[in-house]
Design a binder for this molecule. Structure first.
Ligand SMILES: NC(=O)c1ccc[n+]([C@@H]2O[C@H](COP(=O)([O-])OP(=O)(O)OC[C@H]3O[C@@H](n4cnc5c(N)ncnc54)[C@H](OP(=O)(O)O)[C@@H]3O)[C@@H](O)[C@H]2O)c1
Length: 272
């Protein structure tokens, strides 16, 4: 499978590395394009048989081309590659805010397009990648793309109008979890002489252990809770406080992020 990556920033370089680290494709099957060629020097040294270029059209001549570009530059990049994209190429945009109708308006008629939202957890191959497809995508395109994305976690397909919430739950959530646990760590500090580094290590290990417990033993959140919170015990008191008060915070998080997402989509519409 020939794969192109346009935009060798945080996301593009991660996808390139993961596909090669896991031997999902060979070096000679990958072409990476970036505006600043020098950014790919280290990568080219590590993977000498890959093609690196500042010509986006070269990377667009692929079975699957990942367009890992920020929304402000996306339209220009797509216009630049439209003629090089064949009818069999799957164009994958990593931006959730730009709608299929806008992407389709600058690419050739019936271009197959996917939108993909990776998560930083891909770095440890334990991520959920959300994906949605336009109406021209065929089953073999989905199979090709999912084979690539599965090298760094699971893949979940959603409708275009659900990509926002899917992004909050999979791509933003590592950040939300980090924020939540840093609040727990701060509040614990006020009640203990344990050093902050020890508090953070305890929480981080417990966080990973709880994730493993849920996933490996197939326990739901409520089952974990019932295993820990015995009737009239200490965990029950703490959990009741969370249920009583944290709901307001969680609701406000989604209200704010989805509102911000709407505004970003509107801004993206203007730039197309
Ligand atoms: N970061 C995340 O966690 C995350 C998660 C999910 C989705 N996304 C989405 O993924 C997309 C990429 O994000 P990112 O974080 O990877 O951005 P980034 O680190 O800023 O990378 C963007 C890359 O695009 C290159 N570029 C800009 N204009 C170009 C052009 N005309 N031709 C070729 N290359 C060009 C830049 O090259 P230079 O070296 O010249 O600047 C840069 O390397 C965005 O739409 C973002 O919303 C990001």
């Amino acid at each position: 499978m020939k794969v192109g990556i346009i935009g060798f920033g945080s996301m593009g370089s991660m996808i390139a590395r993961k596909l090669l680290e896991h031997n999902v494709i060979s070096q000679s099957e990958l072409t990476c394009a970036n505006r600043t060629l020098a950014k790919m020097e280290g990568f080219k040294k590590l993977y000498p048989d890959c093609t690196v270029t500042d010509d986006n059209k070269l990377a667009a001549k692929a079975d699957v081309v990942f367009v890992c570009i920020r929304p402000a530059e996306l339209k220009d990049v797509l216009c630049g590659i439209a003629a090089a994209v064949s009818k069999d190429t799957l164009v994958v945009s990593l931006n959730g805010s730009v709608m299929f109708s806008q992407l389709e308006s600058v690419l050739a008629e019936k271009t197959r397009i996917a939108k993909v939202i990776p998560s930083v957890n891909a770095e440890v191959d334990y991520s959920v990648t959300s994906v949605c497809y336009n109406k021209y995508v065929e089953p073999k395109d989905k199979a090709n793309l999912e084979a690539l994305l599965k090298s760094f976690g699971t893949v979940t397909e959603v409708a275009e109008n659900e990509l926002g919430m899917a992004s909050e739950l999979t791509s933003c959530m590592p950040g939300f979890i980090a924020a939540l646990f840093s609040v727990f760590a701060q509040k614990a500090e006020a009640h203990t002489s344990l050093p902050p580094s020890q508090i953070e290590a305890m929480l981080a290990q417990t966080l990973e252990g709880t994730g493993r417990l849920i996933n490996q033993k197939q326990l739901g959140f409520s089952e974990v809770l019932s295993r820990v919170a015995t009737k009239g015990g200490i965990t029950e008191v703490g959990a009741a406080e969370i249920f009583e008060n944290f709901g307001k915070v969680a609701a406000a998080v989604f209200d704010k992020t989805l509102e911000k997402r709407k505004a970003t989509t509107e801004k993206a519409k203007d730039s197309f």
